[in-house]
Design a protein around this ligand. Structure first.
Ligand SMILES: [Zn+2]
Length: 491
């Protein structure tokens, strides 16, 4: 699994959030330095010691960050079997504007071992060892017996590799705006290696060596009503691009969604006619007011200028759209120009129909502080459906507070299944609509903290669902439920 850094993913300085959890390590994670002398972890280039990382060479600071993350995950996991992570810094794919920061995965997988929770199911090595209570793949010589493999980009910040950026090796989130926080990226990549990944092919849907993996057991397609383990290869392939219709069904994640993800998902809701009534996904705008829970409602009108154009690029006539939600087509001029023209004609909101097919509408970029009406984009298909039903379409543009950002209406976390398929990102991450941003989204965002669990993050809960049980947490929850029941009886 790889972490891609999008051009919009520049990191900003943040605050360190202290990690909950016991002070004593519950699993021992050992970093195995696989770099040759003089490079990567052994890079002798002098480095200025940081407040949280006293290393005096680049290599030592890298090792310190790795060990910090190994210890951090060790505090959050429970295993009697030591976990070995074979790690290197080496050149990875990158160009001037984008880079693979790192990649990590399980080195070994096992099925049908003692105490496996599900038969005929692949488990990543570290988890299989934990459940079996013994090392299923012990070292038999140098370089063997490792459970995870992690690679990180040694060239980051060079002119041909995301120029102007660079790793931040501090053990906090005080990185400069142009730096990428190694500890955060490491937390992400370790999670993939611990089991936050499917082993089946995303592009063909074929299972790994004929058997499903434990991750896929909790992957559920809302459109077909099938778990990923019950699908044919063709169905798995189709489901991997079924945008925002795939969820995680594990109990621990679903329990924490209510605590971690914020309420409020933006929608265009068509209230009438019944033939096209329902919720449509929208991309929101970087200008104008944000959608609200109360929202705006009114009749939809396809806005036309004097020449009959539906692009909304020229004045639409004062008062011509009074009280209406203006629908225009994407193209020719910027989105904020369309919004100003609709606003000047009296519209209460702007809806831009895309001019190319897409599974999900992208957002609307642009800047105009004078725009006072909300604006969104809908897909070309949604635009066509609405146009075909005009006149007589009544709609609302609002933030549905019953649907959490990054969850489906039933409260289950959405997995990342964009169309087209994104190699290294699809299936094995959370959807990018999650708010606040999650550690296991496909790109590293500026506001991430050093956290893998509630109340900020869902990563640890997913690992619990696949078998990394947290007995302490289960006990606390049981106790709380008991208290709640007693409280209700007492009323
Ligand atoms: Zn990833």
């Amino acid at each position: 699994m790889r972490t891609h850094l999008g051009s919009a993913s520049l990191l900003l300085a943040g605050i360190l959030v202290a990690a909950p959890g016991s002070a004593l390590a519950r699993a021992k994670i050992t970093v195995v330095n696989a770099n040759a002398p003089g490079i990567g972890f052994n890079d002798p280039t002098p480095a200025t010691p940081l407040a949280t990382n006293p290393g005096t060479t680049v290599g030592q600071q890298r090792l310190n960050a790795f060990q910090f993350v190994a210890d951090f995950w060790g505090k959050h996991l429970d295993s009697d079997v030591e976990i070995f992570v074979q790690a290197t810094f080496e050149p990875l794919a990158c160009n001037a504007t984008a880079a693979v920061l790192g990649s990590a995965g399980a080195l070994t997988v096992f099925r049908d071992f003692p105490n496996a929770r599900y038969p005929g199911t692949w488990y990543p090595g570290a988890l299989a060892n934990k459940l079996a209570g013994e090392d299923l793949d012990p070292a038999v010589g140098p370089g063997t017996g490792n459970d995870l493999r992690a690679r990180f980009n040694a060239n980051l910040g060079q002119p041909t590799c995301l120029a102007g950026s660079g790793w931040y090796y501090g053990l906090d989130t005080n990185q400069a705006a142009n730096q990428i926080n190694l500890v955060v990226v490491l937390l992400h990549e370790f999670a993939h290696g611990l089991g936050f990944a499917s082993f089946a092919s995303g592009t063909t849907g074929a299972l790994f060596a004929g058997f499903p993996d434990v991750y896929s057991r909790f992957y559920f397609d809302n459109s077909t009503g099938k778990s990923r383990i019950d699908m044919t290869d063709a169905e798995r392939k189709a489901s991997a691009v079924n945008s925002r219709n795939v969820v995680w069904t594990g109990e621990e994640v679903t329990e924490e969604v209510r605590e971690v993800l914020q309420p409020g998902t933006p929608f265009l809701t068509v209230n009438a006619p019944a033939s096209i009534a329902g919720r449509y996904f929208v991309g929101t705008a970087t200008f104008g007011p944000a959608l609200t829970a109360a929202g705006v409602s009114g009749p939809v009108e396809l806005a036309r200028d004097a020449g009959g154009s539906t692009l909304g690029c020229t004045p639409l006539g004062a008062g011509a759209l009074a009280g209406k939600i203006a629908l225009v087509d994407r193209g020719t001029c910027t989105f904020n120009v369309k919004a100003r023209n609709a606003q000047d004609a009296g519209a209460i909101a702007l809806v831009v129909a895309d001019n190319v097919p897409s599974a999900l509408p992208a957002g609307l970029g642009g800047v105009d502080p004078l725009v006072t009406i909300p604006a969104v984009r809908i897909t070309q298909a949604a635009g066509a459906a609405i146009k075909a039903a005009l006149p007589g379409v009544d709609a609302s543009l609002l933030l549905d507070m019953k649907v959490r950002a990054g969850a489906d209406p039933a409260g289950r976390a959405l997995l990342y299944t964009p169309n087209p398929f994104e190699s290294g990102s699809s299936v094995s991450h959370w959807d990018t609509s999650a708010t606040p941003n999650q550690l296991m989204e496909p790109a590293i965002n500026a506001d991430l903290t050093i956290s893998v669990g509630e109340p900020r993050d869902l990563t640890k809960s997913l690992l619990e669902d696949i078998g990394w049980d947290d007995e302490e947490k289960k006990h606390e929850r049981k106790k709380k439920r008991q208290q709640d029941r007693e409280h209700r009886r007492g009323d």
